[in-house]
Design a binder for this molecule. Structure first.
Ligand code: DI6
Ligand code: FE
Length: 393
C-alpha cells in the first residue's frame, strides 16, 4: 500500500529533457516517487484531471532575505539621478546592509515570508536563499539563522541556504581584514552550526578579485563545502574559469563570459545560472553568450535573483518568461532551467524531476503544454502543489 497515487496526469518528468512521459500515474512512498505508471493501491488517490504535471519549480538563486526595500532609490533613478549620487547618499547595497543590521532575526523572517509565499504560489517548491547583507560575523550568522527558520515553516517551500559573506566589502573596512573575517570567523561558524553547505562570492571589480575568491574557495573546500560564484556580470574577469577549477556547482549572471570560461565550465560540469530579472531591472544591454554556452554544452539554469537592488522580482515564472524573450532561451531550455538543471545547481539529485527515487515535489497546471509557461505572462498559477507527497496548494 503506497501513501499516494497520482493518476490521470499528463506527466512531463523533466529528467534531462522536456518530453512527456507515456505514463499517466505515479506512486509516492515516504515523500518520494517510487514508480511511474502504476495502479497499485494507495492510502490516498489524487486525480490530476488530465492536466499537465510538472516537477515542483526550483528557484536556485535568490537574495530573498532582506529588510526594507530600495523603492526610493528606484524612483530617484527613474528621475535620472546618477547612481554615484544615490550611493553617496547612502543608497545601493549598503542601504540594505544597514536595514538588515538593524533588523532582528524575527524581523527578517517576517519581512521575507510574503516574498517566499509569492514564489510558492507559482509552484516553486525549493528556494535557495543567500546571506550577504550582514557583512559582519554576527549579522551574517543572523541572516543564515533566519534562513534556517524560514525552512522550518510547515507550509513553506524547501529552503536551501548559501553563505555569501563575500558579497561586498563594507566601505568602512579594510578589504584584507574583511576577507580574513569571512574566512577565519564566518566560515568556521557556518560550518560549526551547519548553517550552509555552499559558499558563494561576488567576483567583480567592485567586489572581490580572483585572488581573494581563490582564498575563500580553498578554505571552503577544506570544510567540504561546495562553491558557486557571481561571475562576469559587469565585466569579464576569468571568474568562471577559476570557479570551474574548484568544481563550482554554478557560475551565475555570465553576461561577459568568454570562450575559455565556457570551456572550463563545461569541463567541470558547472551550471550557468542566467538571471534575466537583474538584466531587465538594470536595463542592461549585453545578454549572456548563449551560442557559446550551447556550443560547449554548459547546462543552463534560470532563477529570479530576487533581491532589493538589482532584481525586485518575486516571480520565477516572470524570470522564465524573460529568459525566453530577453535572452533567447528555447522553451525547453527555460523549463529544464527551473527544474532539472536548477536541482543540479543546488547539488540535489533528489529534486528537479518526476522519477523514481526523487522527492515527490510536483505541480499541476491547467495549460495545454509546459511551454505555455513561456508564452502567457501573468495569470498562470498551478492548481495544486505537492511537496514530498503532501499537498500544499
Ligand atoms: N549581484 C547583484 O546583482 C546583486 N548582488 C550581486 O552580487 C545586487 C544586490 C543588491 O544590490 O542588493
Ligand atoms: Fe545574485
Amino acid at each position: 500500500m503506497f501513501d499516494l497515487r497520482v493518476e490521470n496526469a499528463r506527466l512531463y518528468p523533466m529528467a534531462g529533457d522536456t518530453r512527456p512521459s507515456g505514463a499517466t500515474s505515479f506512486a509516492v512512498q515516504d515523500g518520494r516517487i517510487v514508480m511511474l505508471d502504476t495502479d497499485a493501491p494507495a492510502l490516498e488517490i489524487f486525480d490530476a484531471g488530465g492536466h499537465v504535471v510538472l516537477p515542483g519549480l526550483i528557484d536556485c538563486h535568490t537574495h530573498a532575505l532582506y529588510a526594507g526595500n530600495r523603492m526610493a532609490e528606484h524612483v530617484l533613478k527613474l528621475q535620472g539621478t546618477p547612481y554615484a549620487d544615490i550611493a553617496r547618499a547612502g543608497g545601493g547595497i549598503m542601504s540594505t546592509v544597514r536595514a538588515v543590521r538593524e533588523a532582528t532575526e524575527e524581523d527578517l523572517v517576517a519581512q521575507t515570508r510574503p516574498r517566499i509565499a509569492a514564489l510558492a504560489a507559482e509552484g516553486v517548491t525549493t528556494v535557495e536563499i543567500k546571506s550577504g547583507y550582514g557583512l559582519s560575523t554576527g549579522h551574517e550568522l543572523k541572516m543564515l539563522r533566519a534562513i534556517r527558520q524560514l525552512g522550518e515553516d510547515k507550509n513553506g517551500p524547501r529552503i536551501i541556504p548559501t553563505f555569501l559573506g563575500a558579497h561586498a566589502i563594507p566601505p568602512d573596512r579594510d578589504r584584507g581584514e574583511y576577507l580574513a573575517e569571512v574566512i577565519d570567523q564566518m566560515l568556521v561558524q557556518v560550518d560549526r552550526e551547519r548553517l550552509a553547505q555552499t559558499v558563494d562570492v561576488f567576483i567583480e571589480s567592485i567586489a572581490f578579485n580572483l585572488d581573494e575568491a581563490r582564498r575563500l574557495f580553498d578554505r571552503a573546500r577544506g570544510f567540504g563545502m561546495q562553491v558557486r560564484a557571481h561571475a562576469e556580470q559587469l565585466s569579464a574577469s576569468g571568474a568562471s574559469a577559476l570557479a570551474a577549477e574548484y568544481g563550482a556547482l554554478s557560475c551565475d549572471h555570465l553576461e561577459y563570459l568568454d570562450d575559455a570560461g565556457a570551456e572550463a565550465m563545461a569541463r567541470a560540469g558547472t551550471v550557468a545560472v542566467l538571471l534575466p530579472g537583474a538584466f531587465y531591472f538594470l536595463r542592461e544591454t549585453r545578454v549572456p553568450p548563449l551560442p557559446l554556452l550551447r556550443q560547449h554544452g554548459v547546462p543552463l539554469a534560470l532563477a529570479s535573483d530576487l533581491n532589493p537592488g538589482s532584481a525586485p522580482v518575486a516571480s520565477l515564472l516572470t524570470a522564465l518568461h524573460m529568459g525566453v524573450i530577453l535572452f533567447g532561451l528555447t522553451p525547453d531550455e527555460a523549463l529544464l532551467g527551473v527544474t532539472w538543471n536548477a536541482a543540479r545547481v543546488l547539488g540535489r539529485d533528489d529534486l528537479g524531476a518526476l522519477a523514481p527515487g526523487r522527492r515527490a515535489d510536483f505541480t499541476v497546471w491547467d495549460i495545454p503544454d509546459p511551454a505555455f509557461l513561456t508564452y502567457q505572462l501573468g495569470g498562470v498559477r498551478p492548481q495544486a502543489v505537492f511537496i514530498e507527497g503532501q499537498r500544499r496548494i
